[in-house]
Design a protein around this ligand. Structure first.
Ligand SMILES: CC(C)(COP(=O)(O)OP(=O)(O)OC[C@H]1O[C@@H](n2cnc3c(N)ncnc32)[C@H](O)[C@@H]1OP(=O)(O)O)[C@@H](O)C(=O)NCCC(=O)NCCSC=O
Length: 583
């Protein structure tokens, strides 16, 4: 007969032996936590539901979204803001595919992110026997990211996570895919063996200091300049080398031009900012220092009419990726290294003995800047109803001026292009937008990550079309009670709200339901909705919403006729000339 005492002893022994065991779920969480990763963005489901639950139970922040693409965009922006890989967790096949757009977006933007997806059984997938959500995810992810790994054994989870972290943040940062088959999670291991198998990544992104020859070459080129210009890219913002950037700009006295996500690295009202004299600065400069800015489409590839005659300028380029040099045109002085280390070397070289740029060059920039600012100011002050883009953005410019620590998220066509110039930024990494691809749909993911990672108030200024891609995440914003204020610039459509189907059968291809009430969407989930018809109203409502630190959405009614066709993307939007009437 078994006594009560023996039963209790048996139970205690069982409990003890259970305590000494771990499994794949716990090892993934332990490996992330050991490496300082505290937040997961994702969508729960088979086979990772318990991973999210256990991560939360173990003290991690787990933010569950309504769609994986938005969770992925959040992870990408978390990477940009923190220099640690943002984690996106998805289910297999369809969830994985939904996360891939964001993984590719992170990679293109050089932001560290890890997409972790559960997957189906290797044995069945490889024989294509029709498993639940069967897909060879590793093969599909590979061309879309910096590195892709699969872990098959629980004792390899530590090394798998470590490899993913190092690949994401070292050198040029980017997206990494980590494939975790369902079986892995339930593999059981002795706890001590599990702990031993974990790997802490030491110095994940080692500093890279350029050689003295490279520094001397750059300084020699810069010394020969009569019209020097510094262009700050979002790589400079990512680097968190804010003091080195400021010292370089201010010690050299050279005018600087920020790319859109580098705005605020130095305040837009800094006397050396050439932001409002962009065309002049690009066209007339003779030596350009690119600091974490690539010569891609956003800089017209460094050539063509925007830059003036071939050979009229020399480029000094600072980038962590050697292959970036000469990508579009010859780079006279490549400086390969991390931005902090390179600028540190340049700052030493110009210390105390640097001649300010010629006064006539500085005057050319300043004159143009004043002209453009005055031209702009005349359009901003109107209290018109319905609003146009300028008058509505004039109100938001004031909101950010009064709250320089708030984070501005911005996407759209006109809403993006005009906000970029109109809303001044004052602090680094406070402007989050569409990045290298000019992609729509990043808004709510970015807003959520910004609020979660920084705790600061977020203002998301969204075109009505752009908002639609991630609009369901207002529920997520309400669920987590995040301090996010969304303003929808509602002009009833893409670019404008006036297209018509010439056959009269359907709505025009670029229009939406007229006068849609996006504010009601927010109210449906318990947030506060507002309806603004004038700039004064808009300012008052945004102030109230941001001061409340609660989720809010303001439907800003914009004249459907306002706005221009293509967004500011140069000649990239071809328009048919066939059958068009002559103007
Ligand atoms: C390609 C660009 C980098 C460059 O465009 P540009 O028109 O040459 O420059 P912008 O920066 O937009 O500036 C336009 C003009 O405004 C001036 N400007 C800039 N800031 C100011 C302020 N504060 N005050 C007054 N004027 C200003 C600037 O000097 C330019 O005038 P001048 O100096 O007189 O020229 C940019 O447009 C961009 O980032 N585009 C991305 C668009 C995108 O991703 N779209 C998504 C597509 S959505 C689907 O449609």
């Amino acid at each position: 007969m078994v006594t009560a005492v023996e039963t209790v002893k048996e139970l205690a022994a069982n409990a003890e032996s259970q305590q000494e065991l771990t499994d794949g779920f716990h090892l993934v969480i332990d490996a992330l936590k050991l490496n300082g990763i505290e937040t997961i963005y994702g969508v729960p489901g088979i086979p990772i539901t318990d991973l999210g639950r256990l991560a939360q139970a173990n003290g991690m922040r787990v933010i569950s979204f309504r769609h994986e693409q938005n969770a992925g965009n959040a992870a990408a922006i978390a990477g940009f803001l923190t220099k640690k890989p943002g984690i996106c967790l998805t289910v297999s096949a369809p969830g994985f595919l939904n996360g891939l757009t964001a993984l590719a977006h992170a990679t293109t933007n050089c932001w560290p992110m890890i997409l972790i997806s559960g997957s189906s059984e290797r044995e069945v997938v490889d024989l294509m026997q029709g498993d639940y959500e069967e897909m060879d995810q590793l093969a599909i992810a590979k061309p879309l990211c910096k590195a892709a790994y699969r872990v098959l054994h629980a004792e390899d989870i530590g090394i798998g996570v470590a490899r993913a972290i190092r690949a994401a943040v070292s050198g040029r940062p980017g997206g990494v895919y980590l494939d975790l088959p369902a079986k892995l999670f339930s593999q059981v291991l002795e706890a001590s063996k599990g702990t031993e198998s974990l790997v802490k990544v030491i110095d994940a992104a080692p500093a890279q200091i350029p050689g003295p020859d490279a520094v001397k070459r750059a300084i020699d080129v810069l010394k020969g300049a009569k019209k020097p210009l510094i262009i700050l890219g979002k790589g400079a913002a990512y680097a968190q080398a804010d003091a080195e950037v400021r010292t370089f700009v201010e010690k050299s006295g050279i005018p600087f031009l920020p790319m859109s996500m580098a705005k605020g690295l130095l305040p837009d009202n800094h006397p050396q900012s050439a932001g409002a004299a962009r065309s002049t600065a690009l066209l007339e400069s003779d030596v350009v220092v690119l600091v974490g800015a690539r010569l891609n489409w956003l800089l017209s590839h460094g050539k063509g009419k925007q830059w003036g005659p071939k050979g009229s300028k020399k480029f000094i380029q600072i980038d962590i990726e050697p292959k970036e040099m000469d990508s579009n045109i010859e780079i006279a002085a490549p400086l390969v290294g991390d931005i902090g280390s390179v600028l540190n070397e340049l700052n030493k070289a110009i210390d105390g003995k640097w001649q300010a740029p010629p006064a006539d060059w500085v005057k050319t920039i300043n004159d143009k800047k004043e002209q453009n600012i005055a031209k702009m100011a005349s359009k901003l002050g109107k209290n018109s109803s319905p609003m146009d883009f300028h008058s509505a953005l004039g109100a938001l410019k004031q909101v950010i001026k009064e709250r320089p620590d708030a984070i501005l998220v911005n996407e759209g066509a006109n809403t993006l292009d005009l906000a970029r110039g109109i809303i001044d930024m004052y602090k680094p990494r406070k402007r989050l937008d569409v990045g290298t691809w000019g992609v729509m749909g990043v808004g709510m993911g970015s807003a959520i990550a910004a609020a979660v990672e920084t705790g600061l108030p977020v203002l998301a200024v969204e075109g009505d079309s752009a908002f639609g891609f991630s609009g369901m995440e207002v529920e997520t914003i309400c669920r987590y009670q995040l301090p996010v204020t969304i303003v929808i610039f509602n002009n009833n459509g893409i670019y404008r709200g006036i297209d018509k189907d010439p056959t009269g059968r359907d709505p025009g291809t670029t229009v939406f339901v007229p006068d849609a009430r996006y504010d009601k969407m927010m109210e449906a989930f318990g947030g506060k909705g507002y309806y603004a018809t004038s700039p004064d109203e808009l300012k008052r409502m945004v102030d109230e919403a941001m001061n409340s630190k609660k989720p809010a959405l303001i439907n800003a009614v914009i004249d459907p006729e306002a706005g221009s066709e293509s967004g500011n993307i140069g000649n990239l939007n071809p328009q048919s000339v066939v059958g068009k009437k002559k103007a």
